[in-house]
Design a protein around this ligand. Structure first.
Ligand SMILES: [Zn+2]
Length: 282
């Protein structure tokens, strides 16, 4: 989350928050199995809490060895970022990076289609002068950057201001802009869940079975590092690592009532109250 402290000014937090609580599978008052699975995935994705090999080494060091590299490419450690960018040199193995690129391109093209339609409905001869800037937005890029927003941040559910501002310049309607972004990015995350994460988990189970790592072993409490285990947590709860992500995890764990944690939000992000006041209270 240190990364997002650094990028905080380029992220539209209200839009990000709206996306976090949005779902195409259930309304906020109901839930179902599919909804539970996807929402759990999305929350863990946002907080780098997915059971990657990196996280498993920390939670269960008695089972997962720190010297083990990514089981898919055997080149580097499987971190929360590498998971999505893994591209094995073995041509018989699928490239998750290629799959992610297709999923992000699909989101970009789908949003572009919606915006062109809106633009055409407004003007008989639309200029589409926003299009080059839209296509060039860094959120569609998979080139990693420590200092600026890119596709991995979008996948995690963070909405950049430049994406929101561009969409809003076409729709000229704040509610419609939020709605469009929510639908497009929810589908992006859902596709990443179905077409990359689930396949990766399937491959991981096969790899674990070759090493005699059983489900019983995985469920057992780790003796080496009990404080980092997820065993003591309730389902889907997110551990608060530091003050910066505390406001996010508090509100997610307690029913997405983010406005109840506005003080944490403001303290954690060191943002100016007057900057967001119209959005919160207007
Ligand atoms: Zn890999």
């Amino acid at each position: 989350m240190i990364r997002y402290d650094r990028l905080k000014d380029s992220i539209n937090w209200p839009a990000t928050w709206s996306l976090t609580s949005f779902s195409l599978y259930a309304d906020p008052t109901n839930t179902n199995f599919r909804e539970d699975k996807v929402q759990s995935f999305r929350r863990k994705l946002m907080f780098d809490e997915l059971p990657t090999m990196d996280n498993l080494c920390r939670r269960k060091p008695d089972i997962y060895k720190s010297e083990w590299k990514c089981f898919h490419c055997d080149l580097v450690h499987e971190t929360s970022a590498h998971l999505w960018f893994c591209a094995p040199s073995d041509p018989l193995k699928w490239s998750r990076k290629d799959a992610l690129k297709m999923i992000i391109d699909l989101a970009r093209d789908s949003l572009k289609k919606h915006l062109i339609k809106i633009d055409r409905n407004r003007s008989r001869i639309p200029t589409l002068d926003w299009l080059p800037e839209f296509v060039a937005l860094p959120c569609w890029s998979l080139t990693p950057s420590d200092t600026s927003f890119y596709g991995f941040d979008l996948l995690k559910g963070f909405v950049p201001w430049n994406l929101f501002d561009l969409v809003n310049s076409v729709t000229r309607n704040h509610t419609l802009s939020i709605s469009l972004i929510n639908k497009i990015l929810f589908k992006l995350q859902d596709r990443a869940f179905r077409y990359i994460w689930l396949l990766r988990c399937h491959d991981m189970v096969e790899w674990e079975s070759l090493r005699q790592i059983t489900a019983v072993m995985k469920r057992s409490k780790s003796h080496s590092n009990p404080t980092s285990s997820t065993q003591s947590r309730t389902k889907d709860q997110i551990v608060i690592h530091d003050r910066c992500d505390g406001w996010i995890s508090n509100s997610i764990n307690r029913g997405l009532q983010w406005y109840n944690y506005i003080s944490d939000f403001l303290v954690g992000l060191t943002v100016q109250m007057d900057k967001f006041a119209p959005l919160f209270f207007g």
